[in-house]
Design a binder for this molecule. Structure first.
Ligand code: NAP
Length: 260
């Protein structure tokens, strides 16, 4: 299937590892010239080189914290008129909401709600003028089914989801299409490091903890990042202009509902 993206330009945020990296690989395979971001320059540059070697597509590494104005400005300076924007960042920490300060909340809202909103603000009118834009926000299954220890994630991402629901319907007539993807458990560094901590605490092998994450999944496994990347590339493709403001839950069917 030709996704019709050859020659397009895109920004994929938080893409040196994990789900962002997988999205970048899938888009680069379709011939999308990319700017990728992350805070750790050496890892980011290595990922950019790796994706270019894999796909033959130009990938530029722009290091920076996407939750800051400077980080966003640097990404936009390297790709001022993107056709595609994939919003992503690290997730807020686990914990008990009684321990979280206003500062903790501001950090979570900055990273998981305001950063995507300000990037969208910077690019959406240009996309509308050119009559093509695809924006995918990586959120979390916790938007649909809240995870009690991830209260800041539940809250901040729900704020983004509400905003996107409104905006997606304002810009679709100009072929600017905005959707969210909600990951369930995917085998990335974030999932692995959480599993490692739990494994140490309970003195069991890390694979046992990862298997527990999959135990309720109809697929019997956790997700593979490349599956996520390909879903993202599909939602960026030329012919999806009628899929507007969706929240695509990628959790292997874990959320039990007649209508996903
Ligand atoms: P990951 O493997 O830890 O990768 C995170 C990536 O984001 C890294 O490249 C990291 O590089 C970059 N990053 C983090 N904070 C950043 C920031 N402020 N500015 C720029 N880059 C930043 O994580 P992941 O599993 O791919 O998760 C991606 C997102 O999906 C997170 O928000 C996570 O909460 C959410 N999610 C993941 C899962 C899952 O199972 N994997 C499930 C639900 C939700 P640097 O550290 O160098 O910046």
């Amino acid at each position: 299937m030709d996704l019709g993206l050859k020659g397009k330009k895109g920004i994929v945020c938080a893409a040196s590892k994990g789900l962002g990296r997988a999205c970048a690989i899938s888009l680069a395979r379709e011939g999308v010239e990319l700017v990728i971001t992350a805070r750790t320059q050496s890892e980011l540059e290595a990922t950019a080189r790796e994706i270019t070697a894999m796909t033959g597509t130009k990938v530029t590494a722009v290091a920076g914290d996407i939750s800051t104005e400077e980080g966003r400005a640097a990404a936009l300076a390297a790709c001022p008129d993107p056709d595609i924007l994939v919003n992503n960042a690290g997730g807020p920490p686990h914990g008990d909401f009684r321990d979280w300060t206003r500062e903790d909340w501001i950090k979570a809202v900055d990273q998981n709600m305001l950063a995507p909103i300000f990037l969208i603000k910077a690019v959406v009118d240009g996309m509308a003028g050119r009559k093509f834009g695809r924006i995918v926000n990586i959120t979390s299954a916790s938007v649909k089914s809240p995870i009690p220890v991830l209260g800041m994630s539940n809250g901040a991402r729900a704020g983004l989801t509400g905003f996107v629901a409104g905006l997606a319907r304002q810009v679709a007539k100009d072929n600017v299409i905005i959707n969210n993807i909600l990951p369930g458990p995917f085998l990335t560094d974030r999932l692995r490091s959480g599993a490692l901590a739990a494994a140490k605490q309970r003195n069991v092998p890390v694979d046992e903890i990862i298997a527990e994450r999959a135990v309720n999944s109809p697929t019997g496994r956790v997700g593979r990042p490349e599956e996520f990347g390909d879903a993202c590339a599909f939602l960026c493709s030329a012919n999806i202009g009628f899929i507007v403001g969706h929240n695509l839950l990628l959790d292997g069917g874990n959320f039990n509902s007649s209508i996903a």
